[in-house]
Design a protein around this ligand. Sequence first.
Ligand SMILES: *[C@@H]1O[C@H](CO)[C@@H](O)[C@H](O)[C@H]1NC(C)=O
Ligand SMILES: *[C@@H]1O[C@H](CO)[C@@H](O)[C@H](O)[C@H]1NC(C)=O
Ligand SMILES: *[C@@H]1O[C@H](CO)[C@@H](O)[C@H](O)[C@H]1NC(C)=O
Ligand SMILES: *[C@@H]1O[C@H](CO)[C@@H](O)[C@H](O)[C@H]1NC(C)=O
Ligand SMILES: *[C@@H]1O[C@H](CO)[C@@H](O)[C@H](O)[C@H]1NC(C)=O
Length: 481
Amino acid sequence: MAFSYRFSAFVGLLVVLNSCVIGEPKRRNVLLIIADDAGFESDVYNNTAIRTPHLRALARRSLVFRNAFTSVSSCSPSRAAILTGLPQHQSGMYGLHQDVHHFNSFDGVQSLPLLLGQAGIRTGIIGKKHVGPGAVYPFDFAYTEENSSVLQVGRNITRIKLLPQYGPFCERFGNGDSGMGRIPDWTPEHYSPEEVKVPYFIPDTPVSRADLAAQYTTISRLDQGIGLVLKELREAGFENDTLVIYSSDNGIPFPNGRTNLYWSGTAEPLLVSSPEHRQRWGQQSQAYVSLLDITPTILDWLSVPYPAHSLVGGGRGQRVELTGRSLLPALEAEPLWDTVFGSQSLHEVTMYYPMRAVHQGPYRLVHNLNYKMPFPIDQDFYVSPTFQDLLNRTQAGQPLSWFKTLQGYYYRSRWELYDSRADPTETRNLADDPAYAPVLEGLQSRLLKWQWVTSDPWVCGPDAVLETKLSPQCRPLFNGL
Ligand SMILES: *[C@@H]1O[C@H](CO)[C@@H](O)[C@H](O)[C@H]1NC(C)=O
Ligand SMILES: *[C@@H]1O[C@H](CO)[C@@H](O)[C@H](O)[C@H]1NC(C)=O
Ligand SMILES: *[C@@H]1O[C@H](CO)[C@@H](O)[C@H](O)[C@H]1NC(C)=O
Ligand SMILES: *[C@@H]1O[C@H](CO)[C@@H](O)[C@H](O)[C@H]1NC(C)=O
Ligand SMILES: *[C@@H]1O[C@H](CO)[C@@H](O)[C@H](O)[C@H]1NC(C)=O
């Protein structure tokens, strides 16, 4: 188990291209491409330091969303949310699926592959799956970490021993250097630490710049992979009947990114390309959309209804409602959608730190339920050069070149309220500012309502206990919070 972080680092970063091909031969198909740990490292999102010609080509045929968010900043919970339309607290996929973490969705969850299969539509998944149990995600075709050499690499200790040479982002794997093997279709793009763009939430140090440069190289593999898949699609004659969606699962694996419900942990690239909705191709949308919208979008595209059902255990008998919406109307006219929700409970099994969030217009509210605990750090992020550098500098009392201190990162307030107009980096907490009391209360009540609608077992925390015997209600604990 000592090597588990290397396993997840490898799965997480080598398999950057994950496509689910969902086919209905006669009329409409869907290709859903979910990158792993990717962010806005693309010229589509105005990062001119990196070249992503294939994503740019896709963007010319897509509506580009500028305010898309994952509901959860962790791989398996996010992939489960994408494939079920349910937040992690409702699907049961609370944390990572693989090895010791062992999280799974509830047995009764109605996932896309299940619903589409029942509708006679064939589904397949290639690349990282990272969700379970198998019966909840019954793809007709699967070539994932469960079959591919990635599993081998995770289990073969000789290879695990050799793993670090692939680099922290596995950016050297397959690049043709001695011992790296070759991926014939990949022409690696290299970047110097000086040329990368350092986002506001990452320390600007030589170490993190080198980390970012390595990450850019993996993005070139992703970008070229997307080009290959789209070429296959075109040559197979499906270009004009396939909805193509590109996004990523969570924030990038840097400080304040993955595992956080801040903007930097939840904002995602999102391109939606429909051959039947060309009026907005190449345009951008400001609408607030969620990866919880992907399931309703695909069901809408394929005209498959979402069945009435409840999840006993997870949902206490309450009827399951999708709180996301189909994105197809946005492909025709700019909608006025301004609210998205977030819900995180764990990443690795040891990382219990429940948070709930709502982002409405300029405001983001984060509720840190267990705010007296230090914010947890995951194993592969811990060993990343950027975090090691942060630890070393903090210990040595050297400048961090960061927008936070480690202490501030670890210890958070119960409520965090930010106004992105005046404070785009989310550093000035307004939750205690009396002038924002009405905003705070309004957001708290929206968040609470969403938690009830989605059967959130954490809805009463941390100062009360959820009592479900009669009608569900919060019973006070008198614990001083
Ligand atoms: C890129 O920058 C241009 C010019 O400032 C802006 O109009 C556009 O919205 C930006 N694109 C994205 C995706 O943020
Ligand atoms: C991959 O593994 C899964 C689970 O064992 C299996 O159902 C599937 O058929 C395998 N796929 C291939 C292409 O062998
Ligand atoms: C384990 O990995 C080593 C190094 O790549 C390789 O030589 C060996 O064949 C692998 N073992 C198995 C069982 O595949
Ligand atoms: C797809 O539609 C476009 C525009 O109608 C057309 O030019 C193109 O030939 C079509 N492609 C295929 C493969 O049918
Ligand atoms: C952090 O400090 C340790 C111990 O001095 C050292 O081995 C390591 O290379 C340093 N890492 C970074 C990224 O500075």
